[in-house]
Design a protein around this ligand. Structure first.
Ligand SMILES: Cc1ncc(COP(=O)(O)O)c(C=O)c1O
Length: 484
């Protein structure tokens, strides 16, 4: 450190000498960075020094000339670093008064907590609801993103139509008509943040119309009740039988809105019978009611013909919703809602006041992805992988938990496994699983129905696990239940 040079510029200022020394040490590694990234490296190092409190508020920094000379870098790099960090409010400067660390900078907290539902800490997580995120088509998505950003006019970055980009609504309407048999008018299709937001939007509109209770399937997804509650609505659990929702219970409830996962009931995995679908639609017509069809995993079918959407049979009484959460990734937060004509304006208005529309770039990428056939390609790829995993799951269950009955295996991303009585009681079984690092979701989490003849019924997700992981997880689970 050439303190003589520093002192000649700031004669008699001992604190300046100190700060030169401190800054010099902190910035030395950045100064040695390759020439191309040296400027940014210096800025990062200086920023980090202020954030971490190593350069305390009020510290005067050496002149750009002195620091540049000490570090052996061009003065321009130091000037630029000072200007950038002054613009970011980490530093302050006054004409002729030099540069010092801003007094308003507080030491940053160590980090932000991650409250994502699936944290680390489990060895094997069998809870359902997630596709295999490692199958996300990163290269195709990145290529599409690049091509979209090169092509989009500036105007496309303005506030979008709250319903979604026209090109995406057209692409999705064609896709859903083709794959799911819906009646899809792009004018009545809303792009939204997953089934979750579609549910909330619908909840607000129903609430605005004076409704206070929505019927939900029992067993069913616990999310439905939570989402409707956020819109001020109660939910009434309605029992299922082998064919679907019990119509007598639905009629007796007096509700005028009900949720169904009829193509692949969550969590039981049954498909509603044709007769029950027809009764459900009759109920809606007779009561001027609305059915929310949650087609959460409608694309994955293994050994049975696809069950078409209910909406295709009566688009005026069915609000149809789905998303890319199971086909691509839930983190994209992209979904759709096909609104009945009588509700479209209110739903669009709600969407507008809620968030002014989904991010345009993501929508444009998905539109291209669908139009180029990449979406169908991805589904084909996942379908093959998931069928293999489903088979691995049923085989491993029969190996490690003989006597287990499985159901709901023809479609979707999870199965129901009913374990023989000897494994019970459930609470103890689950505690032993947790102790062994195996995350499970019991069927009892999804409703009030008690498994009649079985001690334990589990909703086992398999799509996100490689076949070897499935085998390992069930082996560890069996070991944890030692003595059976
Ligand atoms: C039955 C069901 N519906 C809806 C959702 C929420 O989906 P989205 O990510 O589209 O909001 C889930 C999530 O797992 C689900 O299981």
């Amino acid at each position: 450190m050439t303190s003589s040079r520093t002192n000649s510029e700031h004669a008699g200022a001992a604190d300046v000498h100190e700060s030169v020394s401190a800054a010099w040490e902190l910035l030395l590694p950045a100064a040695a960075a390759p020439a191309r990234g040296r400027g940014r490296a210096l800025q990062s190092a200086l920023r980090e020094a202020v954030r971490s409190g190593r350069l305390v508020p009020g510290t005067r920094l050496p002149s750009s000339r002195a620091l540049a000379a000490d570090l052996g870098v061009s003065r321009g790099l130091i000037t630029e670093a000072y200007e950038q960090l002054t613009a970011e409010s980490y530093l302050r400067s006054g004409r002729g008064a030099g540069t010092w660390v801003s007094g308003s900078v507080r030491a940053a907290a160590d980090g932000a907590r991650d409250l994502a539902p699936r944290g680390p800490g489990t060895l094997v997580d069998f809870r359902p609801g997630t596709p295999d995120l490692s199958l996300f088509p990163r290269s195709a998505w990145a290529a599409t993103h690049r091509s979209v950003i090169n092509r989009l006019p500036h105007s496309a970055l303005g506030y979008p139509d709250p319903r979604g980009l026209p090109e995406l609504r057209v692409a999705l309407a064609a896709l859903l008509t083709r794959r799911r048999g819906v009646v899809a008018d792009p004018e009545r299709l809303l792009v939204c943040s997953g089934v979750a937001q579609a549910t909330t939007l619908l909840g607000f509109v129903l609430h605005g119309r004076g409704q206070r209770t929505v019927g939900v399937e029992d067993p069913g997804s616990p999310e439905h009740a939570a989402l409707f509650a956020s819109a001020g609505l109660d939910t009434e659990r309605l029992p299922l039988d082998d064919e679907g929702l019990e119509i007598a219970s639905l009629e007796a409830s007096g509700v005028r809105a009900v949720v169904t996962t009829q193509a692949h009931q969550f969590p039981t995995g049954i498909a509603y019978s044709a007769a029950r679908r027809s009764r459900l639609l009759d109920w809606a017509r007779e009561n001027d009611a609305v059915i929310m069809e949650d087609d959460y995993d409608g694309d994955f079918r293994y050994d049975r013909a696809p069950v078409g959407a209910l909406q295709g049979l009566d688009p005026e009484h069915v609000a149809y919703t789905g998303s890319v959460s199971k086909s691509l990734a839930p983190g994209l937060r992209l979904g759709w809602l096909l609104a009945p004509a009588s509700m479209t304006d209110e739903l669009v208005d709600r969407k507008r006041t809620m968030d002014l529309g989904n991010p345009s770039l993501d929508q444009a990428v998905l539109a291209d992805f669908v139009v180029r056939g990449d979406y169908d390609r991805q589904l084909r790829r996942c379908q093959r992988a998931y069928r293999e995993r489903r088979d691995a799951m049923t085989t491993a269950l029969s190996t490690y938990f003989p006597g287990t009955a499985v159901s709901g295996i023809a479609a979707g991303l999870h199965i129901i496994a009913r374990l023989p009585e000897r494994y019970g009681p459930e609470a103890e079984f689950l505690a032993r699983a947790e102790g062994a690092g195996i995350a499970l979701r019991p069927l009892s989490d999804c409703g009030t129905v008690a498994p009649a003849d079985w001690s334990i019924a589990l909703v086992l997700g398999y799509a996100h696990l490689a076949p070897a992981e499935i085998g390992r997880g069930l082996r560890l689970l069996a070991k944890a239940q030692d003595g059976f």
